[in-house]
Design a protein around this ligand. Sequence first.
Ligand code: ZN
Length: 88
Amino acid sequence: MQVFPCPFCGLRDETEFHFAVEAGHARPEPAAEVSDADWAAYLYLHKAPKGASREVWLHTTCGEYFIMTRNTVSREVLSSEALPGGEA
Ligand SMILES: [Zn+2]
């Protein structure tokens, strides 16, 4: 069992959180002009780094999205911060 820090609620059980997306993985726009290849890349190709990873998470209890940086190898949480406007 792991504990994650919500920037709004503090430390909570991992079961209260849901991974959303890698931070900076922006949806291609405008949708009507996006090729099938670019759309497939957006949906299925991710960096999945080994080590520090900056990710957007949802705390399902409070409903807030935020950025959590964590080490994908050691599972250590390096930081947790409110989502700046417009980033996803
Ligand atoms: Zn929260």
